[in-house]
Design a protein around this ligand. Structure first.
Ligand code: BES
Ligand code: ZN
Ligand code: ZN
Length: 460
């Protein structure tokens, strides 16, 4: 599926979406034939239930989709997507029943229901196609769905096929599609050009570490996105136990999310100067791996004591954020699967974010609601700065004590962005079980909320 709308046609099936409390009054306006068909088939308008109603001659006359109760809908990200998944192959148009303020989200959910990760075995998503309803911005919804598919594909692809080199190729492909430029600093050149921490974290891996950069557009304001591209996180010498390592192909989820966001920004031709920075490495174990106790000097000149080689994300991001800051952008946004603590705090549904900018915080929280992309603000609690100061170096990459793990990681990153306006997302990037519109596996967390908040955050 291309995750696009179907072209309008005379033969698309009308779909009536019916909320459970409205079923009786809706039925009263229908023919005797429709009333008895609904009764005989036990259609109760429960959320996700569908029914094809044939005309007296036997041809499909209309299709019904249950929209359940308000209470049931608020528990779902994309309430109509369950119906979209259960409808037979064909082209449909929404004839009635979806409230105008829900239409865009439901359309997005419908397109996303068509997603399947089928690179390694045949899989299918929903096969019911939707004609874009009047009044929705079809191109914008398609851009959102296609960006989400890119993010999911990148995360779902295992590290055996998505190492730093393949992630680099993916950025090149995206750049080529939208006329952006893609550059990279590879291997020892990272040392020559002063990205020591990216090199140190990635040097033990077969594929050389790299800093990938995409640039697009030249109208102000300047927006810089930084995504954690740890293509696999073994933990390094502080090796993760098997259960914790199992999902670590998704440790480039931050990179996958910023690339999804970049794709939307470019597809919608937003008036910004976009820069995307991805430190792409594998945190591997070998004789030349960095060790606990090592002290690194970062690009910015701050020294960092390594107390846990598994806290590698903040190290590679720190050098990339320093470069971001040097470009004097109007806004820096980083996205990273940075800490297990963030997942413990908010679970897999919410994207926790940090910012000191009240305008950005409010814009993001508001945009999240209309984007079906929930976010939750966390505190850059300055009094915890002492926790990341070990004494022997400027910074500690893994404070002991286990308190506020997501906050201390965020504070660590903030040290590298100078006085820039900064938003940091500590995301999970993974959907643990299948939900309508959200396949099990890689998931975008935050990019649509950011996209919809950009006009307010950047004064577009
Ligand atoms: N990639 C992990 C964080 C992670 C773990 C994200 C599980 C999502 C799910 C990160 O590199 C890491 O291992 N962080 C450590 C930091 C600690 C050693 C200070 C963590 O969170 O345990
Ligand atoms: Zn780690
Ligand atoms: Zn990691």
């Amino acid at each position: 599926m291309t995750l696009s709308f179907a072209l309008p046609s005379d033969t698309s099936f009308p779909l009536h979406v019916i909320a459970q409390p409205d079923l009786e009054s809706w039925l009263q306006k229908q023919s005797q034939h429709v009333q008895s068909w609904v009764a005989v088939n036990g259609f109760s308008a429960a959320l996700g239930q569908t029914l094809l109603v044939p005309s007296a001659s036997g041809a499909a006359e209309m299709t019904l989709a249950g929209y359940g109760t308000e209470e049931k809908r608020t528990r779902k990200r994309f309430p109509l997507a369950a119906a979209a998944l259960s409808l037979p192959e064909g082209t449909y148009h929404i004839a009635s029943g979806v409230p105008a303020d829900q239409l865009e989200v439901e359309c997005l959910g419908w397109l996303l229901a068509g997603y399947a990760f089928d690179h390694y075995a045949s899989q299918t998503g929903g096969s019911a196609e939707l004609v874009a309803p009047d009044g929705v911005d079809a191109a914008r919804i398609e851009a959102m769905a296609q960006a989400e598919a890119l993010t999911r594909d990148l995360v779902n692809t295992p590290a055996s096929d998505m190492g730093p080199a393949q992630l680099h190729q993916a950025v090149e492909a995206l750049a080529a599609e939208f006329g952006a430029t893609c550059d990279a600093i590879l291997g020892d050149a990272l040392l020559d050009q002063n990205f020591p921490m990216i090199h140190t974290v990635g040097r033990a891996a077969e594929q050389v570490p790299r800093l990938i950069e995409l640039n697009w557009g030249n109208s102000s304001p300047k927006l810089t996105l930084v995504g954690k591209g740890v293509c696999f996180d073994t933990g390094g010498l502080n090796l993760k136990p098997g259960a914790s390592m199992g999902l670590m192909k998704k440790d480039m989820g931050g990179a996958a999310n910023v690339l999804g966001l970049a794709r939307m920004i470019m597809a919608l031709d937003l008036p910004v100067q976009l820069r995307v920075l991805i430190p792409a490495v594998e945190n591997a174990v070998a004789g030349n791996a960095f060790r606990p106790g090592d002290i690194l000097t970062s690009r910015k000149g701050l020294t960092v004591e390594i107390n846990n080689t598994d806290a590698e994300g903040r190290l590679v991001l720190a050098d990339a954020l320093t470069l971001a800051d040097e470009g004097e952008p109007d806004l820096v946004i980083s996205m990273a699967t940075l800490t297990g603590a963030a997942r413990v705090a908010v679970g897999p549904d919410l994207a926790p974010f940090y910012t000191d900018d009240e305008t950005c915080a409010l814009a993001l929280s508001n945009a999240a609601v209309v984007s079906a992309d929930p976010v939750w603000r966390m505190p850059f609690h300055t009094p915890y700065e002492a926790m990341i100061e070990p004494g022997i170096a400027d910074l500690d990459n893994a404070p002991s004590g286990g308190f506020a793990g997501s906050i201390t990681a965020a504070l660590f990153l903030r040290r590298f962005v100078g006085s820039r306006r900064y938003i940091h997302f500590d995301i999970y990037a993974w959907q643990p079980s299948k939900e309508p519109g959200r396949s099990k596996g890689g998931l975008g967390q935050g990019p649509r909320a950011i996209l919809n908040a950009l006009p307010e955050m950047l004064g577009l």
